[in-house]
Write a protein that binds this ligand. Sequence first.
Ligand code: MRU
Length: 336
Amino acid sequence: MCESRTIWWDGGLWLIDQTKLPGELIPIKMSSVRQLIEAIQSLRVRGAPALGAAGAYGIALAADLSRTSNPFDMIAELETAAEMIKDSRPTAVNLSWGVDRVLRAASSRESTEEIREAALREAEEVAEEDIRINKSLGKNGAKLLDDGDCVLTHCNAGRLACVGWGTALGVIRSAVQAGKRIHVYACETRPLNQGSRLTAWELIQDDIPVTLICDNMSGSLMRKGRIDKVIVGADRITKDAVFNKIGTYNHAVLARYHKIPFYVAAPLSTFDQRHEEADIIVEERDPEEICSLAGKRVAPEGVDVYNPAFDATPLDLVTALITEKGVFRPPLMPPV
Ligand code: MRU
């Protein structure tokens, strides 16, 4: 199984440019906070836990690049960077969680050098913790999968969406590592194709059997009895709903109708128990993402477009939430 990291610090902040996959595996170095924000908004780095690490490292980057010798000025610079990074994508709660955690760790230091060191130390801890957490979550979830299962997943909740291992794909990896034969149906995930570009690529890298389908094929496959379980990741889990890539809700409704378990795998950092579905801003993206396919226009000029990046699935459609602290069947929630 591939164990390399998707975001790391090596004399500066590096990440895999996910927009170039599956064609090219290109690491890019972030030379400014603005460049990191561009990378977040254009989905060079994406997926809730990876955004958590990107936010955490973003504060370390701001500290590293700061030229002030005054600790108060440096903290003020970090606070400005924090607001800009948090505003770059609103839905995945991990982004602001990662930013705030590192900002907190850095803020209590007395010299600029201490602030720099504390920020980087905490960001590295966020990143290393992510892999450890995903492996525990994976082990907990693997118990829910049986040898021979066909599992449907949506978007990419694999190692690319995290620092490593993955959440929904982490559960599948852990089950395969435990000797179970699992076949994955990966939904292509229009409009940006995280399923076909990233999930299919990751699974092929790990020799896990995968069949790519269009998003609108899941109902037909369920009706034919070819899906045993659905596992997806999450961008935010509020008191009443799971926010994840647009299209997740469709699979959840279909899974309920066909009596198929619908699992959500996410670390505790994705839980936002202070808010409800109605409070959350769902990012709406450029209409161009729907109007063009592989750089070619596929819709008439001037057409009206609706392009939300995420949808909300009510918790009563979720069979269980798989976390590093165990498996919770709603209305039961993990202690956060
Ligand atoms: O727009 P994206 O690609 O960042 O959306 C990602 C998802 O919706 C993932 O399913 C989610 O972040 C979970 S990743 C472990």
